[in-house]
Design a protein around this ligand. Structure first.
Ligand code: ADP
Ligand code: ZN
Length: 804
């Protein structure tokens, strides 16, 4: 018989896959997606088989040592998704799988052997292993055993597994976490019919209500959830169990940072628009998707909930993606409120062990709904029926490191591979998604707010001419905004103040007419450089001298940088001394669950004014927020990025959507020096479609997505000339390839990145534009060629969401 070889991926940086020989004993278990123990240099690691029947390598391949999985850890569709990601984004498969499978489940985790049938213990080494395990309560680490018995054990362990004497599991290096237990109520599988129920619960309507609530929760719920959230008594639960209609048992519980957030029960009735959207979703052909385009406050969450409920009722599972889990405790608790114990919330606070637990529960179908940010798209949900991507336009869906995947696009691929339905929801869809609506995506609309509440009126305050409160310091503080805050506080209502400051690159603006200097070729803002003084384009490296006066109105111009949120908080605290103020930005939210704490106190009305960056713009539903103030709307407008207008529009429309969600109504005040910019004009009218239509015309000449596809190739290193030199040869190489293969691509640069230095590393880039298929070709070439050389490293960012 000829030898069989497999390709194995390991969670190592830069590594692709390695080829190993499959020994006879492991032939049955060495399947694609299975975990295997392999020798790597002088140690043993757990890898994943990514390809069966690989070709024999030119140098002698080592043997697989062990294969702990009875059933492949990575299901076929997920493995195929991983292969797509690695190919499309030009990333090593090992890194891709590292995003997918929790760290505790492979790599340097260890394999534990458990004795199943001690009496069938073989003689020789097998007997020694069995005795060693028996002396440790029947269970032990294979590596420890090998050290203790001073012999390689994998062969004999493989045979013992084969004959059913041992079972293997993989355990994370850290098995920490404070594991507490909780009581859970379960219904038996065969349920009485409605008619039988009438007799069964004749004089016990409360028991019936409890019974049916449990049924709605999938037949299983923690006692705590039933008591605290749904208001059933402990005695009632006991009597249901006493009648043999339910079982109460004690199980381990995962730590839960969302526990303190109230789980709101969903509204009982769908509006007509919601019902129509739901109907359309349930009739989508499997594997296809829809854009749920609903204004802020239109009740998109309830549509997701009901769509998920139907999938669960049909025995399927769901993935619900939110942009940043810490910022969306309300969405999380709505899902928890509706589906209780069936939900696994995947968040950054989980330990490796807890993450591995959640993975197993989902894989076995014991949890059916995965809720989380980015990486939750890889949850091994069984019978995946639906994937929801809430706020699909959010930049945080793009992974910031290799593989630089966009969760939304991976979701579409996975939905197609698994035959699931995909729902992309947003009040401000991305221009790419909108371009697909009506063709590859079904367009569903929720044009009105719930309860026919009007959208809040938005006033643009022109900072160039508006009367200002004197003596506020460096900040422009209009009398209109000031008075609105005072009145809001006097009425005992809440205000949000947003200042989204990314003041790293100064641009040049005329304080009188608002004119901003842009690159004539790339239509992005030029960046001010001090030494030597010049304006420079960070896409194509165009340079021009610094002007002294405005080319439009002849007034002196100056470089803009500006005030941040911290200074704003001080100013506001001095101006409104009686107000209770909280600030939410990167600095105040660095500790675990600080988002929840801050948002929780706003929800409980302990805060009058919440100040923040774009963090406060997202998804929050606080009915007493009647005033939203945008302190400076232009901060993002002049970033040297082709998405600057789109981002500004989305941010303004989203933050405006936080106002007037309750019966008291609300208003939005936006301070700006560009009141006639299309991002501001359409945001003020809550008109996403008109904005996108106009923005699309700006993406044609010069061409940007969705007109063309992009890949950004970034070079970085600690020595500037080395970086700029490498960037120049990269551009030469791109130009040569484009010429040789006659690819319809434009090569821009090399140029310094707008963020030219991050953490002591200089950054330069080359930007390629053109049809997606040709960009894909370049990505494949680049993935093969661009390897770190000494200190200089490369990044391939396909479909970048920002080119800063
Ligand atoms: P969106 O996500 O579209 O901005 P939400 O889903 O947060 O909107 O819904 C806005 C508010 O309307 C929430 O407080 C929600 O509970 C409420 N709501 C949604 N659907 C209904 C309904 N059918 N009946 C009553 N209230 C509803
Ligand atoms: Zn340019």
């Amino acid at each position: 018989m000829s030898d069989r070889f497999v390709r194995v991926a390991l969670p190592l940086p830069l590594a692709d896959s390695y080829t190993y020989r499959v020994p006879e004993a492991l032939a049955g278990r060495a399947a694609a997606g299975a975990r295997v123990v392999v020798p790597v240099r002088r140690r043993e690691m757990i890898g994943i088989i990514v390809g069966e029947d690989a070709e024999a390598p030119s140098v002698a391949a080592k043997d697989l040592l062990g294969a702990p999985d009875d059933e492949a850890a990575i299901p076929a569709a997920l493995l195929e998704t991983a292969n797509w990601i690695a190919g499309y984004y030009g990333a090593p498969i090992g890194l891709t799988l590292r995003c997918m499978l929790p760290a505790g489940m492979w790599g340097s985790s260890s394999v534990v052997a458990r004795l199943i049938a001690a009496d069938r213990a073989p003689a020789g080494l097998g007997g020694e292993v069995a005795a060693w395990l028996a002396a440790r309560g029947g269970e032990g680490n294979v590596a420890t055993a090998a050290r203790a018995l001073r012999r390689p054990l994998w062969d004999v362990i493989g045979r013992m597994v084969e004959t059913g004497g041992l079972a293997l599991t993989v355990v994370p290096a850290d098995v920490g976490g404070d594991v507490r237990s909780e009581r859970v109520v379960t219904l038996p599988d065969d349920r009485p019919t409605l008619l039988e129920r009438d007799t069964l619960f004749k004089r016990r309507p409360r028991q019936r209500a409890l019974y049916e609530a449990l049924e709605a929760l999938g037949g299983r719920a923690p006692v705590e959830h039933l008591v605290d959230q749904l208001g059933f008594g402990d005695a009632l639960i006991r009597s249901l169990a006493a009648h043999g209609l339910a079982q109460v048992e004690r199980v381990e519980r995962l730590r839960d940072p969302f526990a303190g957030f109230p789980a709101t029960p969903p509204p009982p009735h769908l509006t007509g628009d919601q019902a129509a959207a739901l109907h359309a979703i349930t009739s989508l052909p499997p594997g296809t998707g829809a854009l749920l385009f609903g204004v802020t406050g239109s009740g998109k969450t309830l549509v997701y909930l009901e769509a998920v409920r139907r999938v669960l009722a049909a025995g399927g599972g769901a993935i619900v993606l939110v942009p940043e889990i810490g910022l969306t405790p309300q969405t999380v608790s709505r899902f928890r409120g509706a589906f209780g114990d069936q939900v696994a919330v995947l968040h950054s606070g989980l330990s490796d062990g807890e993450r591995a637990d959640a993975w197993r529960l989902l894989r076995r179908g014991e949890r059916r709904v995965a809720v989380g940010a980015r990486s939750a798209i890889f949850a091994p949900v069984a019978d995946l029926g639906i994937i929801v991507v809430d706020e699909e336009h959010e930049a945080s869906y793009k992974n910031g490191e290799s593989p630089r995947y966009n969760t939304r696009d991976v979701a579409a691929v996975r939905a197609r591979l698994e035959g699931s339905r995909l729902i992309l929801g947003s009040a401000t869809p991305s221009i790419e998604t909108m371009a697909r609506a009506g063709t590859s995506l079904t367009l569903l609309e929720l044009p009105e707010r719930i309860g026919e509440r009007p959208m809040p009126p938005v006033e643009l305050i022109d900072l160039r001419i508006a009367p200002k409160v004197p003596g506020i310091g460096p900040l422009a503080w209009s009398v209109t905004l000031d008075e609105a805050i005072t009145r809001c506080l006097a009425r005992g209502e809440q205000a949000l103040l947003m200042l989204n400051r990314r003041g790293f690159a100064a641009f040049l603006q005329c304080p009188d007419c608002g004119e901003v200097w842009q690159c004539p070729r790339c239509s992005i803002s030029l960046t001010v450089h001090q030494s030597p003084p010049a304006l420079r384009c960070h896409y194509c490296n165009h340079e021009e001298p610094m002007p002294l006066t405005c080319r439009k109105c002849a007034n002196p111009v100056h470089a803009m940088r500006g005030v941040g949120t911290q200074q704003l908080e001080q100013i506001v605290a001095e101006r409104y001394p009686a107000a209770r103020i909280a600030r939410m930005d990167l600095d105040t939210t660095s500790t675990k669950w600080s988002h929840q704490r801050i948002l929780g106190s706003v929800e409980r009305r302990e805060i009058d004014i919440l100040i923040g960056t774009q963090m406060i713009a997202k998804g929050l539903d606080f009915p007493d927020v009647t005033l939203v103030g945008v302190v400076e709307a232009d901060t993002g407008l002049h970033l040297p990025d082709f998405r600057a207008a789109e981002r500004t529009f989305q941010l303004l429309a989203q933050v405006a959507g936080r106002a007037g969600r309750g019966p008291k109504g609300g208003r939005v005040l936006v301070q700006t020096r560009n009141p006639s910019h299309h991002a501001l004009v359409w945001a003020a009218r809550h008109d996403t479609e008109s904005f996108l239509r106009e923005e699309l015309t700006h993406r044609q000449e010069p061409a940007y997505p969705p007109e063309v596809a992009l890949v950004n190739l970034i070079v970085s290193g600690t020595v500037e000339p080395a970086v700029s030199g490498a960037a120049a040869s990269l551009a030469d190489w791109c130009n040569a390839l484009v010429g040789r293969h006659e690819l319809p691509l434009v090569v821009l640069g090399p140029a310094p990145c707008p963020l030219v230095r991050i953490k002591d590393r200089w950054r330069w880039h080359v930007l390629l534009k053109g049809p997606s298929a040709d960009i894909g070709r370049m990505v494949r070439y680049a993935a093969r060629r661009l390897r770190r050389r000494g200190d200089v490293s490369y990044v391939i960012d396909r479909d970048p969401v920002s080119v800063l």
